[in-house]
Design a protein around this ligand. Structure first.
Ligand SMILES: CC(=O)N[C@H]1[C@@H](OP(=O)(O)OP(=O)(O)OC[C@H]2O[C@@H](n3ccc(=O)[nH]c3=O)[C@H](O)[C@@H]2O)O[C@H](CO)[C@@H](O)[C@@H]1O[C@H](C)C(=O)N[C@@H](C)C(=O)N[C@H](CCC(=O)O)C(=O)O
Ligand SMILES: Nc1ncnc2c1ncn2[C@@H]1O[C@H](COP(=O)(O)OP(=O)(O)OP(=O)(O)O)[C@@H](O)[C@H]1O
Ligand SMILES: N[C@H](CCC[C@H](N)C(=O)O)C(=O)O
Ligand SMILES: [Mg+2]
Length: 485
């Protein structure tokens, strides 16, 4: 492809060299550069990609997109100087793949919790309505029935546009994707054409990356600020910051809520282990999904489908039978009647939602035992809060390891222990080994008791010092509960 054809929409500070030069591939990692590659020099969180420019030219790069031109320019190469290489990467990746997002109805879902659930429900719903549908999510990406493993919640622009193009080529009409706050700030979604955006909620997370809650909120809002007039902007009016998303958007504004006035309303009639009974648009519907937080997710999915001009009754009927994403409130009951729940709750709000759901639907006398850890190399400030919330809402808590990544797991647990108040001390014990922690919870449980294993949900690994070891909460709780019975 000609460089000139890739530069539409890119804000260029200076261009040195020929604009007609051939580009055969895109790369933002010097290690992936081959002859004819356009290399993006990006200032990252760990290193500055500009230091690899010479290396990529030696490897055959034909074009360099950068924020600072090197002192000496190579005559066989074209340099494009831009204010923001990440943003240029987003736009150029869209152009390189032929702007596939414009050939789909692409809906982005953002928020602290609920993105995977809402995106997956929409993927399952639209597939159920017989549309060719794609999904981009934390658990996995899908092109119709084909599963493409996910590395990030929102992939980098090259992987993302490749996926969207594959969806178009496979005949997909719709794509539902998660938009993480990292993706907005790092311009992974720049240049995409969205048909709509959905906001679930915003609570404490990712302060390691955004530094302040206000920056985190701004990142979510920025997604709405860049929507076109033709798109819809759907927000949760019950969230304290829900209406902030609509302040400066050009898109047409819609709201959903259980409590506040809104365009789409639902009422929880009953919330049981067997599912939710909701009233939506004067229709009674029995859903398989559990917990009032899922009433929000179901309502968001319903509203999105209606805004995409689907038949209301067909949507509700199809949604009612869906079970959402893997590792979200997945439960098993042992032969002796112990209930084991595996859930991806990894924020204070999610832990509280899941445990308050359990509290609302338990029969009364059973104990709730929670096994919980926090990820390493991620927001440290949520650790004590998650431990305290777990203790407030459980009879017994086992603090354990999650994905320690490069941190010492014992010191992560110490950070959690610091949040346990004196009155909760007797409830909490710490067991470093997650398998042992789950095993202990199973041994402590009596028939009827409920064990929540929080934080890892669908994950099939535990990441320790850059190595992913096979680990599956669901597999372990199943194995342990089977042994007890
Ligand atoms: C903090 C963060 O988001 N980092 C992402 C970011 O990397 P970075 O800025 O740290 O990159 P860097 O290592 O400093 O390198 C800078 C540049 O030099 C390049 N480089 C580096 C080394 C080299 O030898 N040659 C070279 O060219 C790199 O390719 C990069 O372009 O850009 C990379 C490419 O897109 C991402 O893979 C990487 O994700 C890391 C692995 C990550 O863990 N990200 C998580 C936190 C994340 O993105 N999470 C969100 C939200 C999760 C959720 O809430 O669901 C997600 O969307 O998944
Ligand atoms: N609408 C909601 N409000 C609050 N908590 C929720 C909601 N939906 C799900 N949760 C809780 O948050 C957990 C994560 O849900 P989900 O995976 O859908 O969120 P996510 O936004 O995709 O998370 P991530 O940022 O990791 O991608 C669930 O396991 C559940 O405990
Ligand atoms: N998408 C979330 C995943 C957290 C899951 C938890 N198991 C952890 O490792 O912290 C994040 O990157 O913050
Ligand atoms: Mg997700």
């Amino acid at each position: 492809m000609n460089l000139q054809d890739l530069l539409y929409g890119v804000s260029i500070k200076s261009l040195k060299g020929l604009p007609q030069i051939e580009v055969t591939a895109l790369a933002f990692d010097s290690r992936l550069v081959n002859p004819g590659t356009l290399f993006f020099a990006i200032k990252g969180t760990a290193v500055d990609g500009h230091q690899f420019i010479e290396q990529t030219i030696a490897a055959g790069a034909s074009v360099i997109v950068c924020e600072e031109l090197p002192g000496q320019l190579n005559e066989s190469v074209t340099y494009v100087e831009v204010a923001d290489s990440s943003e240029a990467l987003g736009i150029i990746a869209c152009n390189f793949y032929g702007n596939p997002s414009a050939d789909l109805k692409l809906v982005g879902i953002t928020g602290t919790n609920g993105k995977t659930t809402i995106a997956t429900l929409l993927y399952q719903l639209f597939s159920g309505l017989n549309y060719g549908t794609g999904l981009i999510s934390t658990v996995q990406n899908q092109i119709k029935d084909k599963v493409v493993p996910a590395t990030h919640t929102t992939p980098n622009p090259i992987a993302l546009n490749q996926l969207l193009k594959d969806m178009v080529d496979a005949g997909c009409e719709y794509c539902f994707m998660e938009v993480s706050s990292h993706a907005v700030v790092q311009h992974r979604i720049s240049g995409l054409t969205f048909a709509g955006a959905v906001f679930s909620n915003i609570t404490h997370d990712h302060l390691d990356f955004h530094k302040t809650f206000d920056n985190y909120l701004k990142a979510k809002k920025q997604f709405f600020d860049t929507l076109p007039k033709s798109a819809f902007a759907l927000t949760n009016a019950d969230d304290k910051n829900g209406m902030v998303m609509l302040q400066n958007t050009k898109a047409y504004k819609k709201t959903y809520a259980l409590k506040q006035m809104a365009d789409f309303k639902a009422k929880v009639i009953e919330n049981k282990f067997s599912g939710l009974h909701l009233e939506i648009d004067q229709t009674d519907v029995f859903f398989k999904m559990v917990g009032s937080f899922n009433a929000y997710n179901l309502l968001a999915a319903y509203a999105t489908a209606v805004l995409l001009e689907q038949d209301k009754l067909k949507v509700l009927t199809t949604l009612s039978a869906l079970s959402g994403a893997e590792g979200r409130f997945d439960y098993i009951v042992s032969k002796t009647g112990i209930v084991g729940i595996v859930d991806y709750a990894h924020t204070p709000d999610a832990v509280q939602n899941v445990l308050s759901t359990i509290a609302n639907i338990r029969k009364g006398t059973e104990q709730v035992i929670t096994v919980i850890g926090c990820g390493g190399d991620r927001d440290k400030t949520k650790r004590p809060v998650m431990a305290q919330v777990a203790c407030d809402w459980s009879d017994k808590v086992i603090l354990t390891s999650d994905n320690p990544r490069t941190e010492d797991p014992q010191s992560i647990i110490k950070d959690m222990e610091a949040g346990v108040s004196p009155t909760n001390q007797r409830k909490a014990i710490s067991i470093l080994d997650r398998r042992e922690a789950i095993k202990t919870a199973c041994h402590l449980a009596q028939p009827g008791d409920i064990i929540l294993i929080a934080g890892k949900g669908h994950e099939k690994y535990q990441e320790i010092n850059g190595v992913r070891h096979h680990f599956d909460d669901k597999e372990i709780i199943n194995e342990q509960l089977n042994q007890i019975s």
